[in-house]
Ligand binder design. Structure first.
Ligand code: GLU
Length: 215
């Protein structure tokens, strides 16, 4: 039962994600990570242990980010296996909750097609599969990939070239928070509304097999 939190809006995402993720601490975790869309790339900060122990969090300007606390199911507890995971050119970043039951066969096919992996996780295959659908718009690529995954899975994804945050789920909960901040909407998306309920009580619960595009 890991924690997932994403933010898209007009404020700095790092403090919002840090505070929200802390509210998901009750779920427990063995490693953690942040994927932050900055001006020209996606910055990944991740490690094993307790994210609150990282005192000098790098200064990253970002209004769109995803974050994760992991309970390892596939692959050992390590920095490489912590989420977010990325594709080879690091343009796509994904956090995931669940277990992809057919991950071995999907990974073998990807390896045959020449993909190189940085982790042992089932999650990383999602990034490589999305990359293979790069002739489709990002949300459509995710939809196509999600349909290939067996098991109960919840995914958040960002792409360097799109101002979207995409979420999709077939198992554990995924909730969206909407806040009007100085006339502009901002969005939170999390495995539990505790991660953002101090910001807004306008909450939408996604149903299984629903995909949401926050822009
Ligand atoms: N199966 C994924 C992993 O082992 C996600 C685990 C989780 O839900 O925290 O990295």
């Amino acid at each position: 039962m890991c924690g997932i939190l994403g933010y898209l809006g007009n404020r700095e995402s790092v403090p919002i994600l840090q505070k929200g993720l802390k509210n998901l601490n009750y779920r427990g975790y063995d490693s953690w990570g942040f994927g932050l869309k900055s001006k020209d790339k996606i910055e990944i900060i991740k490690d094993v242990g307790d994210f609150e122990e990282l005192k000098d969090f790098p200064r990253i300007e970002s209004n769109c980010g995803i974050s994760h606390t992991r309970w390892a199911t596939t692959g050992k507890v390590s920095k490489e296996n912590a989420h977010p995971h990325t594709n080879e050119d690091n343009k796509i970043a994904v956090v995931h909750n669940g277990i992809i039951e057919n991950f071995q066969e999907l990974k073998e096919e990807l390896l045959k097609r020449g993909h190189k992996f940085k982790s042992e996780t089932d999650t990383e295959i999602i990034c490589h599969l999305i990359e293979e659908y790069s002739n489709f718009e990002f949300p459509e690529a995710i939809r196509k990939v999600f349909l290939k995954l067996r098991g109960r899975n919840t995914v958040l994804a960002i792409h360097q070239d799109y101002n979207y945050l995409v979420g999709v789920k077939s198992g554990s909960p995924l909730t969206i928070g909407i806040k009007n901040n100085k006339g502009r909407e901002e969005y939170f998306i999390a495995s539990d509304s505790r991660a953002f309920i101090h910001e807004t009580n306008k909450v939408i619960f996604l149903d299984d097999n629903e995909l949401v595009v926050l822009k």
